[in-house]
Design a protein around this ligand. Structure first.
Ligand code: IPE
Ligand code: IPE
Ligand code: MG
Length: 239
């Protein structure tokens, strides 16, 4: 049974382990990224079915630009391919595609495909599928601080206006509630710069399953585990 304070409105997933999945099969790393598409498809379907409102998928971090050029180019190509292969189905399922991160860093083609998908699904009312691309939690905070500094310099805001609320309102997607649950696959137990500001009170779930092996049943296990938790937000939690 789920307690009242553990609704599942926003789920974040750090989709990790593609390279190791491929290596364990004697395949090049990029085959692991290719295989990730099916896992994304299942996660989006299942979250849509059970009424999760926001699903944020960490697809590419600000640090991932350090990877070999060929791998980065392939991941960018896969972004375009993912959109092409899935846009009709996502639109039919009323999914609203969104993105978070330093999107201006993306190459022109995937950026244009992403923008077109966002525009096409803008008025959809179902699951918000948020792709974190060239996303870094620290970069997001830096960008928010710069915008606040600009306002202060221009005289439209003063130091007195700086608050947790005003900082939250300067994040990339201020209308999106903080994640209730963050899942990381592949056995790593770190954030790697995912949603640092927004995750202050998120529940965390780590699994050894590699992302290309992650299926509906794994998501069900994660949600069941989440459902058994008691969130306190610093309060005494009814005890
Ligand atoms: C996650 O899988 C995908 C991205 C970070 C783009 P990895 O590519 O990090 O896979 P591992 O961690 O090397 O196995
Ligand atoms: C985190 O995975 C980023 C994404 C899943 C997109 P990484 O594979 O980049 O993280 P580290 O390097 O193991 O911390
Ligand atoms: Mg990794």
């Amino acid at each position: 049974m789920r307690s009242d304070n553990s609704q599942l409105t926003h789920v974040g997933i750090i989709m990790d382990g593609n390279g190791r999945w491929a290596r364990s099969r004697g395949l090049p790393r990029i085959d692991g990224h290719k295989a990730a598409e099916k896992s994304i498809h299942e996660a989006v379907e299942y979250c849509g079915e059970i009424g999760v409102e926001y699903l944020t998928l960490f697809a590419f971090s600000t640090e991932n630009w350090k990877r070999p050029k060929a791998e980065v180019s392939f991941i960018m190509f896969l972004l375009s391919r993912f959109i092409k292969n899935n846009i009709d189905n996502l639109d039919n399922k009323d999914v609203k595609i969104r993105a978070t991160g330093r999107l201006d860093d993306l190459p022109a083609k995937p950026r244009a495909d992403l923008d077109a998908a966002i525009t096409r699904t803008e008025s959809n009312q179902g699951l918000n599928l948020i792709l974190a691309l060239s996303y870094g939690g620290r970069a997001e905070i830096v960008d928010a601080v710069k915008r606040i500094a600009d306002d202060i310099k221009a005289g439209s805001k003063s130091m007195m206006d700086i608050s947790e609320k005003s900082i939250s309102s300067r994040m990339y997607l201020p209308d999106v509630p903080d994640p209730d649950l963050i899942i990381r696959t592949s056995g790593e137990k770190r954030f790697s710069n995912f949603l640092l500001w927004e995750s202050a009170y998120s529940e965390l779930y780590f699994t050894n399953t590699l992302w290309p092996d992650f299926r509906r049943k794994h998501l069900q296990e994660a949600f069941a585990d989440y459902g058994s938790r008691r969130r306190r937000f610093g309060d005494i939690g009814g005890n």
